[in-house]
Design a protein around this ligand. Sequence first.
Ligand code: ZN
Ligand code: FE
Length: 259
Amino acid sequence: MTTLEIRQLPILSDNYIYLIRDPSSGAVGVVDPAGVTPVLREVERSGWKITHVLNTHHHQDHVGGNYELKWLTGCKIVGPAVDDRRIPGIDFRVNDGDVFLFGDAKAEIIFVPGHTTGHIAYWFRDSNALFCGDTLFSIGCGRVFEGTPAQMWQSLLRLRALPPETRVYCAHEYTQANIQFALTVDAENEALRRRAADVNDARAHGRPTVPSLLSDEIAANPFLRADQPELAEAVGMVGKDAAEVFAEIRRRKDIFKAA
Ligand code: ZN
Ligand code: FE
């Protein structure tokens, strides 16, 4: 069993790239490279040698650095088999339930369609680390661009079922704006109020709010709570299917304007 070393690199206005290293084999992966500048700066500093790119989905702010990293380092690119035509330079095509061996570290592949039809998450069970791209955010979830809300809800349920001590390494720093919305549908939730205070403090001091703990997301993220009676009540849908409640919360978030 090997535990990943993880470095978090901000890029663009609110993306995170993760640089991960398996100390046992020396494998170094770049999760969702929006670009290359901070990645090259970090490997220069640390002496790490990039061996892999791990992509969660095809959006430019997740694959924008693929070709350049491959060209510069000869690394191999891992991505969803079902979306392989949209993953630049893909070498390893992975499917739901696969275990991808990243050096000596096992990445379990979880198919989580909704944001895009081919979205996957990488779960490193032994490191309690989940790289979930734009599916689950802290106190939010990705927009449903290509799939259906019901599909997205099923995807979130699969992530919710992981061990509560899992750390959620999502691809964007959206937490503060997500909390503003969450308070409009779950204002009485003590866990959400506490998280709001923590997040405001972190952002005021320029600290990231990501990764978060899955247990904290389960307690405070309204998109993981669509099957709780309080949420159905808040959106006037008592007795309705959780997937429908989820769709309504997602619809409201789509049109919500943060203060
Ligand atoms: Zn995306
Ligand atoms: Fe994104």
